[in-house]
Design a protein around this ligand. Structure first.
Ligand code: ADP
Ligand code: MG
Length: 573
């Protein structure tokens, strides 16, 4: 470790700027070697905020592996390393809570923070482990008193609080080794589980004993009281041996068309939601850490009002009023059914192998049309081919499975391979009873042309333009469900598997990266985005940011594509 400057020079600078104008803080940017007793690290002040109400300053600390002493076994492959990075991020956050005073004046004065902390374990750039050492990226609100630099307060942050946070959060010798192992091994098991699904011809697995319900509709932490643990019916029980947890049992959902039925408030949507999130790894204690879904599972829902560009929704929607083309369908304002059709087609185009659909968030006329309605409204007056007529063909002809929550119509009995009834939060296998009530299954629906796949399409330059006003690039992320990209306001609030604001931030940067590298000779959006995802895997998230930041999390291709598909302005080709 070769510090450019010693920590004493930072001390001098902070004392000298105490009481001066806030801009005087600019002088502290740079690198400093810290050595306080046993604690040795390199501090880098990467960006100094312009005023106390601006975004806090960005700092990073780097520890040599001889200091951090992270066990080789917990970082020997990518899966373990990412899990350990996540663990360290959480340890740092806890240490911040313990040692950082917080309020030291106006604006964000005195705050130290690190990105992350939700129920999922994501690839991030908040903590990065390499063979030589570990880097953690934090933000720090440089303290102000009446808009003047409070250098003495900053001194306490850098010389007292920060070293304590680093010592408690990054030195493995100070961490709970058993907990770290449990964290890493649990994540590894989830990966194994997800791979095992494919080998077994399953699309999802929910372990017995899992706790699925959440604390509230806006709180993703587990519900604590009166939870009925998950228990699979015998006929659908599968056994798997995980590398760390050993033998576990649970519900295996086979490929094909699966229906979840049951009375209202019996836990149908809770189960589906767990499957939606099963594409991600969860922290130990979450309750869903042994729930896994194919990583290509996509929740699709109705999303009226969204824009659609050049999407072939003809498998579902045809002969619209005024003879509008549905093979290359565009609209500024989709209806419930057209939006749900487009969401499905776009998901398939991005490589979805499992569709997750809940009646609660679907357009009724997209899901079903009963016989009496068919008699009243003649076929050529009804543009919609409901999903129930296409869902089997999606599986038999295209290998795309579905899990559909449907408590309100028996029409799906005809096309379902598996029917699970939720009964007071308990799943029961009612496939045989449902089939007894069904009409014979038809693999390809009579009188319908075969399901046509989406042709290649690309967004034009206007859609990908990141400029706003005088700034050539302006991208910001006010919340997880909202991305402001150039002049575009991209509403992602209905993209339900987008779960972390860090993913939204990364999506903004990745769109801009796509625009610069792969859009000009774009043959297909999805192909271009695959290259962006490959670059993310090869070079890491830092590839997309001009500055050193620690607040990015890796999105999936599906959510990245979803953002571009939802840009309102601009022509596509
Ligand atoms: P449905 O979709 O069948 O109408 P929900 O999945 O919305 O039902 O669940 C209804 C309520 O029951 C929710 O408040 C949910 O948190 C709760 N719940 C779901 N599963 C369980 C469970 N296993 N134990 C306890 N409460 C549960
Ligand atoms: Mg429901």
């Amino acid at each position: 470790m070769k510090p450019k400057t010693l920590m004493e020079s930072l001390r001098k600078k902070l004392l000298a700027l105490d009481g001066k104008g806030y801009k005087a803080y600019k002088a502290i940017s740079g690198e400093y070697g810290f050595s306080l007793g046993e604690t040795r690290f390199r501090l880098s002040i990467d960006h100094v905020q312009g005023d106390p109400f601006a975004l806090p300053s960005r700092i990073s600390v780097w520890l040599d592996m001889t200091q951090a002493r992270l066990p080789e076994s917990l970082r020997k492959n990518t899966v373990r390393r990412v899990a350990l990075e996540d663990f360290l991020g959480r340890a740092l956050r806890q240490a911040i809570g313990r040692f950082v005073k917080g309020r030291r004046g106006s604006g964000c004065s005195g705050e130290i923070s690190i990105a992350g902390g939700g129920q999922q374990v994501l690839v991030r750039n908040a903590v990065l482990i390499s063979s030589q050492g570990v880097e953690a990226r934090l933000t720090l609100g440089l303290p102000a008193e009446n808009r003047r630099a409070a250098g003495r307060e900053a001194l306490a942050m850098f010389f007292d609080e920060l070293p304590k946070v680093v010592a408690a959060g990054l030195y493995f010798d100070n961490l709970d080794a058993a907990r770290a192992e449990r964290h890493v091994f649990s994540v590894e098991d989830q990966h194994t589980l997800r791979h095992w699904l494919r080998e077994e011809g399953l699309v999802a697995f929910v372990a017995n004993g899992a706790h699925l319900p959440r604390a509230s509709g806006v709180d993703d932490r587990p519900l604590r009281n009166h939870v009925l643990p998950f228990a699979a019916p015998d006929s659908l029980t599968r056994v798997v041996t995980l590398p760390n947890a050993g033998r576990i049992e649970g519900l295996g959902i086979p490929a094909g068309v699966t229906l979840i039925v049951g009375g209202g408030f019996h836990g149908k949507s809770t189960l589906l939601r767990a499957l939606e999130y099963g594409v991600y790894d969860h922290i130990p204690g979450d309750g869903r850490e042994r729930v896994a879904t194919l990583e290509t599972a996509v929740k699709v829902r109705a999303e009226d009002g969204r824009a659609i560009h050049e999407v072939n929704i003809s498998p579902f929607i045809n002969h619209l009023p005024f003879g509008r083309d549905t093979q290359r369908f565009s609209t500024e304002n989709a209806s419930g059914s057209t939006s749900q059709a487009a969401n499905i087609i776009e998901a398939l185009d991005s490589g979805a192998e499992l569709l997750l659909i809940d009646e609660d968030t679907s357009a009724t006329n997209f899901m079903i049309r009963d016989e009496r309605m068919q008699r009243l409204v003649a076929g050529d007056k009804e543009p919609i081919t409901p999903l129930v007529r296409r869902v089997r063909e999606l599986y038999t002809a295209h290998g795309v499975s579905s899990v559909i929550v449907m408590g309100g119509s028996g029409d799906y009995f005809d096309v379902a391979d598996t029917v699970i009834m939720m009964d007071t939060y308990e799943p029961r296998d009612v496939t045989q009873q449902a089939h007894a009530l069904a009409r014979p299954i038809e693999d390809s629906p009579p009188g319908l042309p075969p399901f046509e796949r989406q042709a290649a399409r690309c967004p034009g330059p206007q859609a990908l333009d990141a400029s706003r006003g005088k700034r050539p690039v302006k991208i910001d992320t006010p919340e997880t469900g909202l991305l402001r990209y150039g002049r575009h306001r991209i509403d992602l609030s209905q993209v339900e598997q987008l779960i972390d604001i860090g993913q939204t931030r990364a999506i903004g940067l990745m769109i801009h990266y796509f625009a610069r590298h792969y859009a000009t000779d774009c043959r297909s959006l999805v192909e271009g985005l695959r290259r962006v995802m490959d670059d993310a895997e090869q070079f890491g998230l830092d590839r997309f940011s001009e500055y050193k930041v620690g607040n990015l999390a890796l999105p999936r291709l599906f959510e990245l594509a979803a953002a571009i598909n939802r840009i309102r302005e601009g022509e596509w080709r």
